[in-house]
Design a protein around this ligand. Structure first.
Ligand code: CP
Length: 341
């Protein structure tokens, strides 16, 4: 593995680090892999998949994807079937963690050609979690490319989402895209919502963020990045609390539930707010206000909580296509990281 140590390729931590042209190149590779799934791009290569949180789609699609390209994926669940890891610098490690990421990342870099990690935020201190310090510390210490399998963004989901939209709509520039907050009984990660704004604006869509009230605004680092992406395409990022205004003329409705950041770490207080907004669930009457919009969600999804059966079973729901595309885009991402142009 000497060559990896000498020359580290780029990480895939956020799509903001990559140009639209770079991302489109990966999407084009993904489309080819969808037509012809097997190859040797990862022959003799391996990827370590570190899961600090549960997964169905991400784990399966990365493992199957590596296999289909002739590579190998090893799944590690630190704290379960691997030693618990400390990610903070300078910590006196007298808690549960048995080793530090500085050793873990270096050792995995000697065995594997890429390291991917899923590390959800801890839901205690947003000022800390918003730095994405877990994956940043992996990248700092790894000698091989690092892939984000969902932290406070979910770039692999973004790529699968935009691939599904391009398959159905072609060029996305200027098309009205709505990210709507939706009901869920618990405050969830903002990652997919952040990612939705980043990728839709990166590809020049006319993006509206629909939230119940100001407390559900996303972190300014993502609101600002999305606004800058939009401005680069002569578009704007619209924010509204008006359901009719948002759905009117929408061509894409993407839904996600997330926790109100001012109440981060205090789910009881957040509940007092959240309980008023069950009516944000995506349903048939809301979709009827759109311009025959496509609907999607990253999954997993609680039916008749986040979106109704009618919506999930409709022809306009492309959530399964998006989930399938996780396989194709992740193969393309791994291939591009292993074989940079
Ligand atoms: N959408 C997604 O990442 O699914 P999993 O949590 O099942 O991996």
């Amino acid at each position: 593995m000497t060559s990896q140590i000498e020359k580290k390729s780029r990480d895939f931590i956020t799509t903001q680090d990559w140009s639209q042209a770079d991302l489109q190149s990966m999407l084009d590779t993904a489309a080819k892999l969808k037509e012809s799934p097997y190859g040797e791009d990862l022959k003799g290569k391996s990827v370590a998949l570190l899961f600090l949180n549960s997964s169905m789609r991400t784990r399966t699609s990365f493992q199957v994807g590596a296999h289909q390209l002739g590579g190998f994926a090893v799944v590690l669940q630190p704290g379960s079937d691997a030693w618990p890891i400390e990610f903070e610098t300078g910590k006196i490690m007298d808690g549960d963690s048995e080793e530090h990421i500085s050793e873990v990342a270096k050792v995995l870099s000697r065995y594997c050609d890429m390291i991917a990690i899923r590390a959800f935020p801890k839901f205690k201190d947003w000022n800390k979690d918003r730095t994405d310090y877990v994956i940043r510390s992996v990248a700092k210490h790894a000698d091989v490319p690092v892939i984000n399998m969902e932290t406070i963004t979910h770039p692999c989901q973004e790529m699968a989402h935009v691939m599904a939209l391009q398959e159905k709509m072609g060029d996305l520039a200027g098309r009205k895209y709505v990210l709507t907050w939706t009901w869920h009984p618990k405050p969830l990660n903002t990652a997919v919502a952040n990612s939705s704004l980043l990728i839709a604006t990166k590809f020049g869509m006319d993006v509206t963020l629909l939230i119940p009230e100001e407390a559900y605004l996303l972190d300014p680092q993502y609101m600002d990045a999305a606004a800058e992406n939009a401005a680069a395409h002569n578009q704007k990022l619209t924010v509204t609390t008006d359901i009719d205004e948002a759905y009117s003329d929408a061509e894409v409705v993407y839904c996600k539930s997330w926790g109100a950041l001012p109440y981060y770490g205090d789910p009881t207080a957040e509940w007092e707010l959240r309980q008023n907004y069950r009516h944000f669930m995506v349903d048939g009457p809301k979709m009827a206000k759109t311009k025959n919009a496509l609907f999607s969600h990253c999954l997993p999804l609680r039916r008749n909580i986040k979106a109704s059966d009618e919506v999930m079973d409709a022809d306009y729901c492309i959530a399964i296509d998006e989930a399938e595309n996780r396989l194709h885009v992740q193969k393309a991402i791994m291939s591009h990281l292993i074989h940079p142009e």
